[in-house]
Design a protein around this ligand. Structure first.
Ligand code: SAH
Length: 218
């Protein structure tokens, strides 16, 4: 078998449980999200040489100049996405990367549409999801700053790379009441939640964050 799903030592269930306890102490309140994190082997989402560090609460390199997001941020963004809206049908994710955020999100929603611009990352993510038996994810190798118009509108959109400014294409693809969770900014980045109500959007600015840039192909 290609992946050691259960893990041993630094990748064991005990190590995952310690991470979950730490996330709880850092303020993550959604116990269902914590439960999924405790059951998801983050070590298969990084290179084997980094597996022993998979349950540290840090971002780690995944090649191609990209990183797997810090567990706290994954938990936080998932919590924001699910907040008082537990019945999400269609969710768009921009920036599949390692596929870890996708794997944490997938159990909560009917269908995830995940977009990535680097082919080898998308292929690896797909293999990992299939090893975990996650079969409600559709993939697209493309520039996610345009969203995925064929499947819009989405009940929520989560972006895991930061544009300087929030792309209008993404807010336009939100369903009524839908939410966009997105980091943005050039020097300093902030995590924001935008919600569509009719023709208007409300924006709430939250934590300061550090994401790799969202690359817009021209
Ligand atoms: N959630 C991922 C984060 C990966 S880093 C994880 O936890 O592993 C962000 C990812 O966004 C990178 O893989 C990068 O290639 C991708 N990305 C950057 N700009 C993009 C764009 N315009 N469209 C699609 N993906 C993009």
């Amino acid at each position: 078998m290609k992946y050691d799903l259960a893990g041993i030592g630094m990748t064991s269930q005990r190590t995952r449980d310690r991470l979950v306890q730490r996330l709880r102490e850092e303020g993550i309140q959604n116990e269902q999200v914590l439960q999924v994190i405790s059951q998801t082997p983050r070590h298969i989402f990084v290179d084997e040489a980094l597996a022993s560090r998979a349950y540290e609460d840090t971002a780690l390199p995944i090649g191609h100049g990209q990183t797997i997001s810090q567990p706290y941020i994954v938990a936080r963004m998932t919590e924001l996405l699910l907040a008082d809206n537990p019945q999400l049908q269609k969710v768009l994710e921009v920036g599949t990367g390692s596929g870890y955020q996708t794997a944490i999100l997938a159990p909560f929603v009917e269908q995830v549409f995940s977009v990535e611009r680097i082919a080898p990352l998308l292929e690896q993510a797909r293999e990992r999801h299939s090893a975990l038996g996650l079969n409600n994810i559709r993939y697209s190798l493309s520039d996610g700053s345009w969203g995925w118009p064929q499947h819009a509108p989405f009940d929520a959109i989560i972006v895991t790379a930061a544009p300087d400014e929030i792309p209008a294409e993404l807010t336009q693809q939100l369903a009524e009441g839908g939410r966009l969770i997105i980091p943005h900014g050039s020097d300093v980045q902030r995590l924001s939640v935008l919600q569509r109500n009719g023709d208007s959007l409300t924006q709430t600015d939250l934590d300061m964050v550090m994401f790799v840039p969202l690359i817009r192909e021209t």
